[in-house]
Design a protein around this ligand. Structure first.
Ligand code: SAM
Length: 361
């Protein structure tokens, strides 16, 4: 329907690892975790190596096989059902156990079956699938229900503004950033002993991968799943392990304390007043005793940028908002220039600022 121009936008799901069709713009809306459907609460796939399983369509079957394989067994398929209502009825009748995605369970949930999320299996990702730019319109398709609306995400009310902006930003482009670490982070972090690290607004993972290569156990966080998927692939290509979590940091923040918290160029054209300051304050609270907070930022926009009226805080502004207690010291507080060439060959010096802070105890 999209290809033939009958609709302009559709909500679809994709099995993890399956490539997307060329020529469409995809915006990742969310993950749809897989659930084990059985008669016991808090059940585990591992407990069902000898159970009868209810299989589904060919793709669902591949997914079921992959999940069971990861638990060390091949599922014994006793019956088939490709309909979430039928599958739950079969489980309730004692015909076996099954897997279903979480969104299906939100649509229909029998009270007499139990659903246990399977950790680590993201399963299907619902995506807002659109025709290429220039063809955007208002007709959309959600499952087999046609309707008129803006974006599917706003129909579902599941995306924050930051997520919508940054998912679109990354989805519309191939790799955005160089893949190299930020030189100021390198300069500041090189002298630290590796431990646990958190990179907020990690994007496609240039800094995260560099830190991991130096021996840090790194968690990268970004609001965009597309960016995080690229960070994971970058780490895989470089042979290092990283962890990622998707958060809109305005709303949620990863748990735990870290020896290093890094926030590099956490600027966003859609941020609300005070958003960056409160995220940075939360970041300071995530630094473990003896740990460091490194904040890098732009000190202004280049002359050709459309963001002339964007407010770039000074290091003093940042420090004033952090309101750190006297168990913190400032290690670096600096404005650094670097040469930049504009789209028409203009040569300029771009100013960035860097703050490295240490929590003493
Ligand atoms: C200008 S980029 C900088 C990326 C990277 N740190 C670097 O230095 O190259 C800002 C990044 O912050 C992320 N971001 C912006 N607002 C966010 C929010 N509210 N929560 C989480 N990530 C956010 C964006 O998705 C984007 O990847």
């Amino acid at each position: 329907m999209l290809r033939h121009g009958e609709i302009d936008v559709a909500l679809v799901f994709r099995f993890a690892g399956v490539p997307v069709d060329e020529g469409f713009r995809f915006v990742h809306i969310g993950d749809d975790p897989l659930h084990l459907i059985s008669s016991r609460p808090d059940d585990s796939v591992a407990d069902h190596s000898g159970s009868a399983w209810i299989g589904g369509c060919e793709r669902c079957q591949e997914e079921l096989d992959a999940v069971c394989r990861s638990f060390g067994f091949t599922p014994r398929i006793a019956s088939h059902g490709d309909d979430m209502v039928v599958v739950q009825a079969l489980v309730a009748d004692g015909a076996g156990v099954a897997l279903l995605p979480g969104l299906a369970l939100q649509a229909h949930r029998r009270p007499d079956v139990c659903a246990t999320e399977i950790p680590g299996f993201r399963g299907r990702s619902p995506r807002d699938l659109r025709r290429p730019a220039g063809h955007r319109g208002r007709r959309c398709c959600f499952g087999n229900v046609g309707c008129r609306s803006g974006t599917v995400a706003s129909i579902l009310g599941v995306m924050t503004t930051a997520q919508e902006f940054w998912e679109t930003f990354y989805s519309e482009r191939d790799q955005v950033w160089s893949g190299k670490p930020n030189p100021l982070l390198v300069r500041e972090a090189e002298r630290l002993t590796p431990g646990s690290a958190l990179d907020i607004g990690c994007a496609e993972g240039g800094d995260v991968v560099w830190l991991a290569k130096r021996g840090w156990r790194v968690l990268g966080v970004d609001v965009s799943q597309v960016a995080l998927d690229r960070a994971l692939k970058h780490a895989y290509d470089e042979g290092v392990e990283i962890a990622v979590e998707r958060h809109d940091l305005k709303e949620t923040f990863p748990a735990g304390e870290y020896d290093l918290v890094s926030a590099q160029f956490l600027h966003s054209p859609v941020e609300e007043d005070g958003e960056r300051n409160s995220i940075l304050k939360r970041a300071s609270e995530a630094v473990a005793p003896g740990g460091h907070l490194i904040i890098g930022g732009h000190a202004g926009a280049p002359s050709w940028s459309e963001h002339q009226d964007y407010y770039f805080p000074t290091t003093k502004d940042v420090l004033d908002h952090l309101k750190l207690a006297d168990n913190w010291i400032v290690i670096t507080d600096e404005v650094v220039g670097r040469p930049l060439v504009g789209p028409d060959g203009q040569e300029e010096t771009r100013l960035d600022n860097v703050l490295t802070l240490k929590r003493l105890y």
